[in-house]
Write a protein that binds this ligand. Structure first.
Ligand code: URA
Length: 199
């Protein structure tokens, strides 16, 4: 599966590598386009690259990324086989601040094209910035996490960002309830035999 090629996605990636649409390009080491199975039925969307992601050019490779990978593994998902991971903005905001509206607006067309080309049935928004960027600037992660909505013909659920789970251990129980729903939805929509060690 790793070798499957999605030519539209690849062409978009090459275009994004030279992007100068907002000022974040001036500070970046690498554009962090996203990675995973290019025809994934499930896509995870975070906020934007941090220090480690900027250094490596890959999404979610720092501490929060390690936790995300653990969660994905337990749920039977992985970047290599069946999931795709991307962010609202592709370049690191200085000092890890939230991306500005002008930066989000410049970058979102890339994400929308990624979604179109990958064509996932399920989209999981990781944290408040992803929720506000995609669904509604006034949406609250604490009230919407764990609930499904329809978005452009896809099933969408916001969950806590893994960095929030690292900061506040007490959120982990609710997060686990949310991820159980994700596995159930994947079985319902994609593969009834989907294996997860704990769900
Ligand atoms: N946090 C995010 O939202 N995205 C990353 O790629 C890394 C950390």
């Amino acid at each position: 599966m790793e070798n499957d090629l999605n030519p539209d996605l690849e062409a978009l990636r090459i275009t994004a590598m030279d992007c100068r649409k907002c000022d974040l390009c001036r500070h970046r080491t690498h554009v962090v386009f996203g990675e995973g199975y290019p025809f994934a039925d499930i896509m995870f969307i975070g906020e934007g690259p941090g220090y480690h992601e900027d250094m490596k050019g890959r999404p979610f490779v720092g501490k929060a990324g390690q936790l995300l990978d653990k969660i994905l593994t337990v749920c039977g998902f992985s970047r290599n086989d069946n999931a795709y991971i991307a962010n609202i903005v592709k370049c690191r905001p200085p000092d890890n601040r939230d991306p500005l509206p002008v930066e989000r607006e410049a970058c979102l067309p890339y994400l929308y094209k990624q979604i179109e080309y990958i064509n996932p049935k399920i989209i999981i928004l990781l944290g408040s910035v992803a929720l506000k960027g995609i669904v509604d600037p006034d949406a609250k992660i604490t009230s919407l996490r764990g609930s499904w909505t329809e978005w452009k013909g896809r099933h969408l659920m916001p969950v806590y960002h893994p960095a929030a789970l690292l900061r506040k251990q007490s959120l982990k129980r609710e997060a686990w309830e949310d991820f159980k729903k994700v596995v159930q939805k994947y079985r319902e929509l994609v593969n009834p035999d989907h294996y997860s060690a704990h769900v």
